[in-house]
Design a protein around this ligand. Structure first.
Ligand code: B12
Length: 245
């Protein structure tokens, strides 16, 4: 494979220039600015210039910096695990489900445990949709049940069992102290203990979720930042149809 080294683009191609933003526990003055610059040089940047600073009060300052790196990435060596099913629009997915299954696909979704962030799961499931894509509730081919946020794992599994769901959709947005990993692991362990894991697809999502992490945690797929209902609907429809062959 041909090596292809890329570097950040600032002013001219491959000049390595990056904009950085960070906070330090220093005063908002010449001393703090120099501390920020030295930090960047110690991090390995070839040059660093502090172009903005803002007093955050109580001895903290926020900095904006431009720094240049000589480090590049060889894109020919990159391997990532991604969901490989093709992405269909809503109408095509509905037609696919009608033709391949002849029944609705039932999905139950929730943001589990202490996590109160509903916007992500709503973006995928809500009738109104997100960024010009309707959510699963709008699809003819889906019976979509959105249980909202702060749903205990036990309740999500009980609902999935009650409605004989084809798929469970779990959202985790808060990742402090890896709470998302703990919650997602516990849900899978409970599902295994209750004999549910093999009966339905388990799909998780959130800003720090990758497909690779999802697979590692025992899920069928994971969707991170920038995912849409169309990605999830296509994955579920195609996978459920394959299992029904
Ligand atoms: C809005 C918001 C809130 C609102 C939530 C309101 C609501 N009803 O959802 C409120 C004010 C309640 C809130 C509270 C808190 N928040 Co808040 N919040 C945010 C904020 C600003 C936006 C999140 C959001 O809506 N994003 C938009 C959606 C569309 O993006 P998304 O969630 O990533 O979803 C997409 C993908 O991830 C994926 N996806 C997500 N879920 C799923 C599920 C499935 C099945 C699939 C397939 C895909 C998928 O698809 C979506 C569409 O592309 C973020 C900062 C930010 N800018 O992101 C902080 C942020 C998430 N919050 C944070 C924190 C810390 C909190 C609090 C702990 C603050 C506090 N100390 O009280 C509390 C926690 C409360 C709780 N118990 O959970 C931190 C989390 C840090 C971390 N890494 O853990 C963030 C990152 C802010 C920060 N920088 O500190 N928050």
């Amino acid at each position: 494979m041909n090596r292809k080294i890329i570097k950040p683009y600032g002013d001219t191609l491959n000049d390595g220039k990056m904009q950085l933003s960070f906070a330090l526990p220093v005063s908002c003055d010449a001393f703090g600015k120099e501390a920020a610059r030295i930090l960047l040089i110690q991090m390995g940047f070839d040059s660093a210039e502090i172009t903005g600073m803002r007093d955050l009060n109580e001895g903290f300052t926020h900095f904006i910096a431009y720094a240049a790196t000589s480090v590049g990435v060889d894109t020919s060596k990159i391997k990532v695990k991604v969901v490989e099913t093709p992405v269909m629009d809503m109408e095509t997915t509905d037609t696919f489900i009608a033709e391949h299954l002849g029944r609705k696909i039932t999905v139950v979704g929730a943001c589990i445990e202490s996590d109160a962030h509903t916007v992500g799961i709503d973006a995928i499931m809500n009738m109104k949709g997100y960024n010009h894509r309707y959510g699963l509730e709008r699809y003819h081919g889906f019976n979509a049940i959105n249980m909202g946020a702060q749903v205990p794992s036990e309740e999500l599994l009980a609902k999935a069992r009650e409605v004989q769901a084809d798929a469970i959709l779990v959202s985790q947005v808060v990742t402090q102290k890896n709470i998302h990993v703990k919650n997602l692991t516990r849900l899978i362990e409970l599902a295994e203990a209750e004999g549910l894991r093999s009966k339905m697809l388990f799909v998780c999502g959130g800003p720090r979720i990758s497909h690779e992490l999802a697979i590692e945690l025992g899920y069928d797929a994971g969707f991170g930042t920038g995912s849409y209902s169309t990605d999830v609907a296509s994955f579920i429809a195609i996978t459920v149809a394959k299992q029904n062959v």
